[in-house]
Ligand binder design. Structure first.
Ligand code: NAD
Length: 246
């Protein structure tokens, strides 16, 4: 049987499915991925420097201008066929590393989308006083201070070296633990602790389906020994709608 059909059969039988997605899900919407972006959006600067507290301290304006560019790109983007297929299936809960809102724009209820790494849609106080405000993606403020405590404002994303929001992490762990099938799409699985969710699902014995044109080599190796682990090499916009067509 074609591996996509075999995985689709398992998915069709599942009562509860959790998606775990990364930058590859939004690649066909024109949003560059982190590691394999051809147009160089992420290559202009070192994201480890820009997406970090140290980078913000070194040159706050440079960091905010970089985010303003990413926000403008997001404003011009549309959900692709994979976002639409994931959002249309009401069995699904979504755990995403993406800071875009394309799953929600495709129709996924916000209460079912857990953004592990935060969102580009708001800025928050860098001193954690709790103040947060929605930003206009086309015209995001560059330098602005918290009206409550005067600390610098920054995007509500999780930077390298920062911890995840504990409530979001617990919701993600719960969504993975409850799933009959974990559908992993477009992630290099290089960022922890997020990538550990896939190991957790495998340990719990959940069927795991991983869609990526360049899948993680360890998962590919593991799939040879595990008939509940399907690795499907392909583009999200092509493979995900076929997996979820019922
Ligand atoms: P990554 O860049 O490390 O990996 C992207 C993966 O997507 C790769 O494995 C690649 O082979 C795959 N891919 C590329 N095109 C694809 C397609 N059309 N269909 C399916 N897969 C495709 O991204 P990551 O694993 O998400 O981790 C990087 C971090 O960067 C994340 O924490 C995320 O928050 C952040 N990020 C977010 C966005 C976004 O919000 N859209 C974009 C870039 C980076």
């Amino acid at each position: 049987m074609d591996p996509i059909d075999a995985a689709a059969t398992r998915l069709a039988r599942a009562a509860r499915v959790t998606s775990f997605t990364g930058a590859g899900l939004s690649a066909e919407s024109g949003i560059g991925t982190f590691r394999d972006d051809d147009d160089g959006h992420w290559r202009k600067f070192d994201p480890m420097v820009l997406a970090s507290q140290q980078g913000f301290a070194d040159d706050r304006e440079r960091v905010m201008r970089w985010y303003a560019e990413r926000r403008r790109t997001l404003q011009g983007a549309e959900p692709n066929a994979a976002h639409r297929a994931l959002a249309a299936d009401d069995r699904l809960h979504h755990v995403t590393q993406n800071v875009d809102d394309l799953l929600e724009r495709a129709g996924a209820p916000g209460s079912r989308v857990h953004h592990l790494h935060g969102t580009l849609l708001t800025d928050r106080c860098n001193d954690d006083c709790g103040y947060e405000i929605a930003v206009n993606l086309l015209d995001a403020p560059i330098l602005h201070d918290c009206p409550r405590c005067s600390a610098p404002m920054r995007p509500s994303v999780v930077w390298f070296g920062e911890g995840l929001d504990s409530a979001v992490w617990e919701a993600a762990e719960h969504a993975v633990a409850e799933a009959d099938v974990l559908l992993v799409v477009g992630t290099s699985l290089m960022v922890q602790p997020a990538a550990g969710l896939v190991q957790a699902a495998l340990q719990l014995g959940a069927t795991t389906v991983y869609v990526d044109p360049a899948p993680d080599a360890d998962i590919v190796d593991a799939s040879a020994r595990n008939d509940r682990l399907f690795v499907l090499r392909g583009m999200a916009g092509d493979v995900v709608p076929r997996l979820l067509a019922r």
